[in-house]
Each structure stands twice: as structure tokens, then as C-alpha cells.
Design a protein around this ligand. Structure first.
Ligand code: GLU
Length: 481
């Protein structure tokens, strides 16, 4: 029987989950969906000092926002739980006991000070620090005595000292590690908590994980994990190590590169589908196609299409994608996203008016909060004229005449609608024998203070007769006679 595809992400709640977490989550999620398998979220919270509830919440929130739903994990119990690693302590300890009994692990009583001293000595000899295995040969009686003296102990894995361990990686091919370069690593700490490599193997095995898809910063851990699988006589899952995400300066993505926490992208004004599309394309390609719906990602994704080289995070490209996605979303959703920002910036606003403003600005947004600056002149009269535009479009022979004429004609217009507004501009240009732009530019500047705005006739209609009149009067008064 073919084993069911079961993949997982196993984030540690030790800081806000960054884009790397979302990236690993997405690839696992797509892989699971593609193969009709299951995607599991396991929270690796055994680092008690650094794990926080806040970071845990941020992981759940970030994935939730992106719509990367897990089939089993926190809040969604399944048959392989618990899904918080600390709640699995007994399982880890029992398996550590099994290795101890079988002579595949041993107690070590070396103190942190002794180990530190050895590390320093190794560094002086320019050697990689490795545990020298001194507690391997402790007799039962010696162990008892040390235990009775109250000396803290850890459990170390007895590593096969020779030979090599090969990671058959789906993305990178075979990667060979010489066992002699590894050492008897700790599997259970003195506080009884498992170390990452040990807990990961026990949990991946007991949760029947079929594929481990994770960042290649873990590649060096994989031989240790494979050796543990061998010691238990378990079949190891298949491994795929995803390339790292780097900032534009080619350094590993960090806080320095702007928003790294997943949920921060929401606050900046990205749409989850844009972020998903962007991160999917970061490490994976499908010809030169850039835009993928979630279903298309599922249909077209393969681990073989994942590159080996680190991916560079490019905010400009993400912004471009976001703008594209914003243009596609339903007006209702856009209004929902923009409304709180506009209310915060400009106070109470008539909802009908707000709706109209958002709709005519729709095509111009790159990030959702752009709505606030782009629509400023709809909500306040307090704006300056762009000085460069003033030179070009107010200080002309025609400007005053054009604005005065528009003021007069628009004041009489009823109904004040786009289809009636348009001919006024066109006729005026014709009467004056000038191009349409010569009429539009000074008017745009008078009404908005800028030369960039949504189409003029829309702006005139939405601002309404009274506001348009006031602004034209103000502009005319500002011009020399
Ligand atoms: N807790 C590890 C991390 O957050 C999990 C790595 C893995 O997927 O095995 O990096």
C-alpha cells in the first residue's frame, strides 16, 4: 500500500514567524494538497526559555491570514496529537529510554564548564568542537554514584563513529556526510526536555510524516536525524531542503530587510494572495509564468521545480504583484479594507461617498494604505498645489480663463454626472482651439493639488458640484490677474 502523504511544518515559537516560515508552510501545504495528503502544524516549543505565547499566536495568525490551513495541529485535533511538542514529553522520554536500554545512547555527566573548556581547546587547535565521548564508558556503578551525588545528566546518542550518512534530497540529490565529523549529540537535556533533532525524529516518525520539506539551514541536522532513524530501525521520511531566502543585499533575510513577520505584511497593506503568489515564485518556477491562483499552484507545483540556489526577496516585485491583485479584487472587499484606514485618517465620512472614492482610486493602489494619501483631496480642503505643476499649468495665458469658464459651466450643470461633465471639457477645448489636456491639467491641479489623479470626470463627479465650485474659485483667486 502506498503510504499516505503527510507533511508538516514545525515552527518554534521563539520570535515572530517570518516570511521563511510562510514559505516553508506554503510548499508543504501545496505538496499535501497536490497529493491529497495531510498538512500538519506542529509547534516545537521545547525551548522553554525562548518560546512565547505571543510568538505562538503570531504563527497561527500568520498562517491563518495566508489561508494556509492545517489538517491537524493546534485547535484542530487529529489522531496523531498532541501537536505541541512540550505535550509529547513522555513520548520523547520513553524513546530515549529505549535507546539507553539498547546501548544506543548513554548518560553524560560532563558539566557545561568542562564542555566549554574542551570547546575552547578544540578552537585553539583549529578543530571543530566535538564531544570526546568520555562518558561512553561509564559503568553502571559509576552512573549510580554520579546520580546519587545529584550531578545533572544529559542523554547522548551513541554515534556510529565511522562510515558516512547520505541524505537523498529530492531537491539537491545525494548529500554525503562523514560520520566522523559528527559527534555524540545530546538527545535529552538535563531538564528532561528533548533536543531538536531527537524530538523532531520521534515526532515525525510517530506522526507518520512521509516527507520532510524544510529550509536548507537544517540540511546539516539531517544526517543526525537519519542516524537516529537507523538506530530505532525506522524508515526515514523523504527529505527536501528548500533554498534560503535572502535580502536584496544577498544576506539572509532578517529584520533589516523590512517586514519579516508574516502578519506585518498584512499591516503594510499586502493582500494574502499576493504574498502567497510571491513566496511561491521565490523558490519555484514554472516557465516565466508569474501569476498563479492557489489552485494553479497546487496543480503545477512539483518539488523538482524548486531551485537549489537561494532566492532573493525583492520588495519591488512583491509590490508589483500586490498592485495586480488589488486590481482584481471585488470592490466590496477593497472597501472593507480601506474603510478603517480612511476613518482613522479623516474622521467621520459618509459611507456612500467613501465607497465612491475608493472605487475610483481602485486601480491606482499598490498597497492598501495608499488609499489614504491618494484620496486626501476628497476628504480635506487642506492641500497644497504641487509647485512644479503650478509653474506649468497655472502660469499660462489660458489657465485663468479655462478655470473661470469651467466654473461657470459646471455650476449650471444638472445632473452633475460624468456623462454631462465630459462634454463641458471637450467643448471648451474645441472652442479655445487647444488640446483637451490644456483644459484638464489646470482643473486637475485646482481640484486635487496634483497632476496624478483618477480620471478627471470621475473626480469632478465624486467631489460634487459645491466642492468643485469652491476649489475652482480658490484656484482662480490664487492666480495673478
Ligand atoms: N523547529 C524547527 C525550526 O523552526 C523545525 C525544523 C524542521 O522542520 O525540522 O526551524
Amino acid at each position: 500500500m502506498v503510504k499516505k502523504i503527510r507533511v508538516r511544518i514545525a515552527p518554534s515559537p521563539t520570535g515572530s514567524p517570518h516570511v521563511g516560515t510562510a514559505y516553508t508552510a506554503l510548499f508543504n501545504y501545496i505538496f499535501a494538497k497536490k497529493h491529497k495528503g495531510e498538512f500538519i502544524l506542529r509547534i516545537e516549543d521545547t525551548d522553554r526559555e525562548r518560546s512565547t505565547l505571543e510568538a505562538n499566536r503570531a504563527i497561527l495568525q500568520g498562517l491563518d491570514w495566508l489561508g494556509i490551513d492545517w489538517d491537524e495541529g493546534p485547535n484542530i485535533d487529529g489522531p496523531y496529537g498532541p501537536y505541541y511538542q512540550t505535550e509529547r514529553l513522555k513520548i520523547h522520554q520513553d524513546y530515549a529510554q529505549q535507546l539507553l536500554k539498547e546501548g544506543k545512547a548513554y548518560y553524560c555527566f560532563c558539566t557545561p564548564e568542562e564542555l566549554e573548556k574542551k570547546r575552547k581547546e578544540a578552537a585553539e587547535r583549529k578543530e571543530a568542537p566535538r564531544y570526546d565521548g568520555r562518558c561512553r564508558k561509564l559503568s553502571e556503578a559509576e552512573i549510580k554514584k554520579l546520580e546519587q551525588s545529584g550531578k545533572p545528566k544529559v542523554v547522548r546518542f551513541l554515534l556510529p563513529p565511522i562510515g558516512k550518512t547520505i541524505v537523498h534530497d529530492i531537491i539537491r540529490g545525494d548529500v554525503v556526510f562523514q560520520n566522523e565529523l559528527l559527534d555524540d549529540f545530546v538527545i535529552l537535556k538535563s531538564d528532561g526536555f528533548p533536543t531538536y533533532n531527537f524530538a523532531c525524529v520521534v515526532d515525525d516518525h510517530t506522526m507518520e510524516i512521509s516527507h520532510v520539506i524544510r529550509g536548507d539551514d537544517h540540511l546539516s541536522n539531517t544526517p543526525r536525524q537519519i542516524l537516529l532513524y537507523q538506530a530505532f530501525g525506522w524508515k526515514a521520511p523523504k527529505f527536501a531542503h528548500l533554498p534560503m531566502i535572502l535580502g536584496k543585499d544577498k544576506a539572509r533575510m532578517s529584520k533589516r530587510h523590512g517586514a519579516t513577520s508574516v502578519i506585518a505584511y498584512k499591516d503594510i497593506g499586502y493582500l494574502p494572495e499576493a504574498v502567497l503568489n510571491y513566496i511561491a515564485r521565490l523558490g519555484w518556477g514554472y516557465g516565466d509564468q508569474e501569476i498563479f491562483s492557489r489552485q494553479e499552484l497546487i496543480d503545477k507545483f512539483s518539488l523538482k521545480g524548486v531551485g537549489k540556489n537561494p532566492a532573493v526577496f525583492d520588495t519591488d516585485k512583491l509590490n508589483w504583484l500586490n498592485g495586480k491583485y488589488i486590481r482584481e479584487i471585488l470592490p466590496e472587499r477593497l472597501i472593507d479594507l480601506c474603510e478603517p484606514l480612511l476613518l482613522e485618517a479623516y474622521g467621520k465620512i459618509d459611507f456612500k461617498y467613501l465607497k465612491k472614492v475608493v472605487l475610483i482610486c481602485h486601480d491606482r493602489l499598490v498597497l492598501i494604505p495608499d488609499i489614504v494619501t491618494l484620496s486626501k483631496y476628497f476628504f480635506t480642503d487642506d492641500f497644497e498645489y504641487d509647485p512644479e505643476a503650478v509653474e506649468k499649468h497655472f502660469k499660462t495665458d489660458y489657465a485663468k480663463k479655462i478655470l473661470a469658464s469651467l466654473k461657470e459651466k459646471l455650476a449650471k450643470l444638472d445632473p452633475f454626472t460624468k456623462d454631462k461633465i465630459e462634454p463641458i471639457f471637450k467643448d471648451l477645448a474645441k472652442d479655445l482651439g487647444v488640446k483637451l489636456g490644456v483644459v484638464i491639467h489646470p482643473c486637475r491641479l485646482a481640484l486635487t493639488g496634483t497632476l496624478q489623479s483618477p480620471p478627471m470626470y470621475d473626480v469632478v463627479e465624486v467631489l460634487g458640484k459645491q466642492k468643485v465650485n469652491q476649489r475652482l474659485v480658490k484656484a482662480i483667486d490664487s492666480l495673478p490677474r
